[in-house]
Design a protein. Sequence first.
Length: 393
Amino acid sequence: MAGKTVLILGGGWGGMALAYSLRGMLADEHRVVVIEKNDTFALCMSNLKIMTGEWNSPADARRQMSNISREGIEWVHEEAVSIDPVAREVRTDSQTLKADYLVIALGAGLDPSGVPGFAESAYNLYEAEGAHGLQQALADFDGGKIVTLISRMPYRCPAAPFEAIFLMDSLFREKGIRDRVDLSIHAPGPRPMAVAGPAVGDALLGMLADRDIAYGNHVVSSIDSASRKVLFDGDEDPFDLLVGVPPHKAPQAVTDSGLTDASGYIHVHPQTLEALTDVENLQTDYSHVYAIGDVTTVTLLNMMPLPKTGVFAESEGRVVAENIVADIAGAPASARYDGRGECPVDIGGGLAALAGGAFYASPGPRITLEPPSAQFRRDKEAFEEVLDTWFTG
């Protein structure tokens, strides 16, 4: 059998899970190639550790892509600048690569410019450097108003901004100055994490209220850095310190490829992760083209999108890996993603709640929020332990 080439665009959580799964199952004559422009890998959840000072700097959270531990995974340190899904060709800054199987795992990029004043006013929680700056700002903060802002939906790691404000609450209680700090969080929608359903949203609202953290259902229009105010449609909120989640969008190469739909992301088959050309009938005109993780959208039965989380990206990557291996072997590609997943929600004090369940359930997701425990906090730590198997050094 002639060797096949699997080309993976993006070396994030989903892309690396896919690459490791493939390399463990495929014979050596088949190539597993990862195109990743960054020379380091880090999990978004690591920013919370940087914010709280558990890790001193962004360097503590990063692993070198050059230290990929499994032999036979080829890393191309370049940026994918154009994608031809019909030909399964990808052009980088210096070359064109052809794939037998193409998997797009480029994630969702950040777009601070989507909210005027964001870049000048907010500590960007979704960038390690922003979290590092916030670490010092929180250490110096001795009273006033802190606003946490979720700019737009959807955004990746939906629990992260709520974890951040719970951790800030815990931090100021430990310092004995919580009574001098006003904490609030704004997000589009009447409840946090709306895709999980009203029960989970109400439970999170209760957890916020128990800690005297205000929740606002607002869509930001702009931020006035001079007067230090977040401006909404007909409303405003002043701040002394602003923590923000910027708008997200698909990378330009994905948008230019024609793969995206009105959602701005690649609509995929919910079970096979194939890139779709006919969403209504779950059909595609492409052959052996997949997308996983934050660059995708899946419409759930409640008409909301599947959340963008690393847990889902990892599971999706393993399903695609199984199906590619089966297809190469001439066997039926029978692996299916079931839409199940869970995520610990850090609330400070060494505790975490656990949100999870069946997102593909009918008539809508069946999600629960388990009460906080020390075990769930330890489970969250285990997510990062996978990096010790993916990277050396």
